[in-house]
Design a protein around this ligand. Structure first.
Ligand SMILES: [Zn+2]
Ligand SMILES: [Zn+2]
Length: 339
């Protein structure tokens, strides 16, 4: 009996060890499959139908351009899930951290008057390409959400030292970040999230299934809340340095690289892109919209990007000569340096 039990125990240990091995092996296999699928489809998974089918709010217009392999997201920037009646707006928006500062360091604003419509218009690839070299996300828009609002990264400052969600401050029940983990910029525009947008995920996610796609990052890869396979809570330990992983999701049963927003500890958001990033300028998502600038100048987007090159600031005279346009026109069309 003792021997049997011992054997049983040993067998159980073997099973547990096997399970422990299976989980990462399964993920590796999934990852390989996703990459095979990607290779078979010309380098990337096509997100167009998932994007078109997503549950975008009424204030969002999605236009899929199948020829260009892009989709255009347009919204009024104001989330349809509603917001807090009042917010704390720091009197000195650049003097982080805010937590611990007295109420005199803030102005209480009524969102009904304070919130300003701020149109969001961005064109994102539907053929995202996973690359090994990651690119840090910058302040400003890094992605768009179903609610019509924007996804920002974790930080409130250029130095990437103050995590907004960890810098929460509430005085007399008035918060800096609302219950959706969002707020506007200090001028009332550009409502954005710094944590899981629970006002979106609460209506879509269940405890028994992988999260539903809640938006797309500027590199084209989809973004999810913090439920993984079977509904298990995803934490940073399950994800790579950019808060992503390969795997199957409800929209991509063949597997795709995708990001998860998490709720346990920073990073809560996506602090680097693992995808090739097209729409990237000095301020990340808020950088130049090359497609729009190219259209203004009457040149192709690719030619424009190639002419400007990687140097910062670009050599406008050389670029203008390459493009056969006036250098002053080019300077005028490009946005100014980050503030
Ligand atoms: Zn913010
Ligand atoms: Zn996942």
């Amino acid at each position: 009996m003792t021997q049997t039990r011992l054997y049983g125990t040993a067998a159980a240990s073997v099973v547990i060890a096997a399970l422990a091995l299976t989980a990462p092996a399964f993920i590796d296999r999934l990852s390989a499959n996703a990459q095979d699928t990607a290779a078979a489809s010309g380098g990337s998974v096509d997100t167009a139908s998932a994007v078109a089918a997503a549950d975008w709010s009424d204030n969002v217009t999605i236009t899929v351009d199948e020829a260009a392999n892009t989709f255009r997201f347009q919204s009024d920037g104001v989330p349809t899930h509603g917001f807090a009646a009042q917010y704390l707006v720091p009197n000195n928006p650049n003097e982080q951290p805010f937590a611990g500062k007295p109420s005199s360091a803030f102005t209480v604003v009524n969102s009904a008057e304070f919130f300003k419509q701020s149109d969001v218009d961005t064109t994102i690839t539907t053929r995202p390409i996973y690359v090994d070299d990651v690119t840090n996300t910058s302040l400003g828009r890094i992605g768009v959400a179903l609610s019509g609002a924007q996804i920002f990264n974790d930080y409130e400052n250029m130095e990437r030292s103050v995590v907004a969600l960890d810098d929460q401050v509430i005085h007399d029940h008035v918060p800096f970040l609302d219950q959706c983990n969002g707020h506007t910029l200090a001028d009332g525009t550009n409502y954005h999230y710094h944590g899981v947008p629970v006002c979106i995920t609460d209506g879509l996610d269940s405890d028994a299934a992988h999260s539903v796609m809640i938006g797309v990052l500027e590199d084209g890869f989809p973004v999810y809340g913090n439920h993984g396979q079977g509904g298990a809570i995803v934490t940073n330990a399950d994800l790579d340095a950019c808060s992503g992983h390969f795997g199957v999701t409800p929209e991509f049963p063949g597997g795709i690289y995708h990001y998860h927003l998490t709720a346990d500890e920073a990073p809560y958001m996506i602090d680097c892109y693992h995808g090739e990033i097209e729409n990237f300028g000095p301020q990340g998502g808020m950088g130049p919209d090359f497609a729009a600038i190219a259209e203004t100048l009457g040149v192709s987007t690719d030619d424009l990007r190639q002419a400007l090159g990687d140097s910062m600031p670009p050599d406008f005279d050389a670029a203008a000569m390459t493009l056969g346009i006036n250098a002053d026109d080019l300077r005028a069309a490009m946005p100014g340096p980050p503030q």
